[in-house]
Design a binder for this molecule. Structure first.
Ligand SMILES: Cc1cc2nc3c(=O)[nH]c(=O)nc-3n(C[C@H](O)[C@H](O)[C@H](O)COP(=O)(O)OP(=O)(O)OC[C@H]3O[C@@H](n4cnc5c(N)ncnc54)[C@H](O)[C@@H]3O)c2cc1C
Length: 364
């Protein structure tokens, strides 16, 4: 076990969680991340801790997320859902309806989901974590894995294993020696990167004035630009957030600053004049982010289906390579729970133990 050395590519939740577990087990690893920050699709604003990426986990059906936040001692709270919801079918119509509660309780991490990544990364030795390291190729020579980088550095450390913590469509861009089969490449191309086609808007306010009107902050609109809006308040401030309803091509045509203005106008239509002047507002378009989305991710795949990416490829990479990103997470693929599930599966193989972290079969 001590001779294993694992190169992890990608430091979103999957990569950082893998590093945290491997470090805890006393196993050797190095973590390579293209961006100059950790977290990948997890991104919370520096002020307020408002989430521009994932917001919720569902403890009823996501045992790994539930156990991990408890293990890390992260305070959590329930999504604010008290009060009525608003429905906007036409710009001139605002319908108020009794609030709808989803069956599973939606929980959030106090201070934003980025706290989860920060807590996992806190114990990692800084020398093992490499930011701004864009991996462009991987080669397996004499049972050792070598990585190459966009700035032409060659990392010659003797890795025995390669864990790809990337969306498969981005992994497909890596130059692999020996190459994966055509069928495996096609399978990677077929797996959409969950939420990569989306964009999120957050408006921060001095107080949650909608709650004072008996509104939950939930709103659903066929007019837009926001299709679905929710309360985004944290212990650090009041806020509303929404998912943009228009596709990436239309968002590009309008531009970020004009989109923010249109979002503010819509919030005024729905919630009144107090929504006109947020203290600050934020917009992040994941479809325009090259370390998340590819040209194939510009349009939403629609319903969240089961992700069929196999964690282990066929020979000649079958011994050395594992997919550990969320899209390899099987039943919960695409969600944060899926990232943890894919990592746990790879860990079970490395340690030769089964079920150390596998916590039953979730049903959402
Ligand atoms: C707007 C939005 C809302 C969401 N809401 C929820 C939610 O409420 N609940 C939920 O459970 N999930 C949600 N998700 C999904 C959730 O974010 C993902 O399941 C999870 O964050 C994926 O983690 P990951 O580590 O597998 O992948 P990623 O976070 O995508 O990490 C991959 C990492 O690889 C890096 N990388 C890419 N290419 C290279 C390269 N060549 N070399 C080195 N590094 C590279 C990237 O920079 C990135 O850091 C949402 C996602 C988005 C975008």
């Amino acid at each position: 076990m001590t001779t294993q050395k694992i190169a992890i590519v990608g430091a979103g939740l999957a990569g950082v969680y893998a590093a945290y577990r491997l470090h805890g087990l006393g196993l050797e690893f190095e973590l390579f991340e293209a961006r100059d920050r950790l977290g990948g699709r997890i991104l919370s604003t520096a002020t307020g801790g408002f989430d521009l990426g994932p917001t919720w986990f569902w403890p009823d059906c996501q045992p790994r997320m539930h156990a991990l936040v408890a293990e890390l001692g992260l305070p959590v709270f329930q999504q604010y859902e008290q009060g009525d919801a608003l429905i906007e079918r036409w710009a001139t119509e605002r319908v108020r309806r009794e609030g709808y509660r989803s069956g599973n309780v939606s929980m959030r991490i106090q201070g934003g989901t980025a706290r989860l990544v920060q807590a996992l990364a806190a114990s990692l030795p800084k020398t093992r974590v490499h930011l701004a390291a864009v991996v462009t190729g991987v080669a397996r020579v004499d049972e050792r894995v070598h990585l190459s980088f966009s700035d032409k550095r060659i990392h010659t450390a003797d890795y025995t294993h390669l864990w790809l913590a990337l969306p498969p469509r981005l992994g497909k861009n890596l130059r692999m020696v020996p190459a994966l089969s055509g069928q495996e490449m096609q399978q990677m191309a077929n797996v959409p990167t969950w939420m990569a086609s989306h964009a999120k808007y957050v408006a921060r306010y001095a107080k949650p004035f909608w709650r004072e009107q008996g509104l939950s902050g939930d709103a659903f609109s066929g007019v837009g630009p926001l299709a679905e809006i929710h309360d985004a308040g944290t212990d650090q401030g009041a806020a509303l957030f929404g998912f943009l309803g228009m596709d990436a091509a239309r968002r590009n045509g309008v531009g970020a600053s004009a989109l923010k203005a249109l979002c503010r106008e819509q919030l005024v239509r729905l919630f009144g004049e107090e929504a006109a002047d947020p203290l600050e507002d934020f917009f992040h378009d994941w479809a325009a982010d090259p370390f998340t989305a590819t040209p194939d991710d510009q349009v939403s795949p629609g319903w969240h289906g089961r992700h069929e990416l196999q964690c282990a490829p066929d020979a000649p990479w079958s011994e050395a390579l594992r997919w550990i990103g969320s899209e390899a997470g099987g039943e919960q693929g695409g969600y944060m729970e899926g990232a943890l599930a894919a990592v746990d599966k790879a860990l079970d193989e490395v340690t030769g133990e089964t079920g150390v972290r596998r916590l039953g079969s979730p049903h959402c």
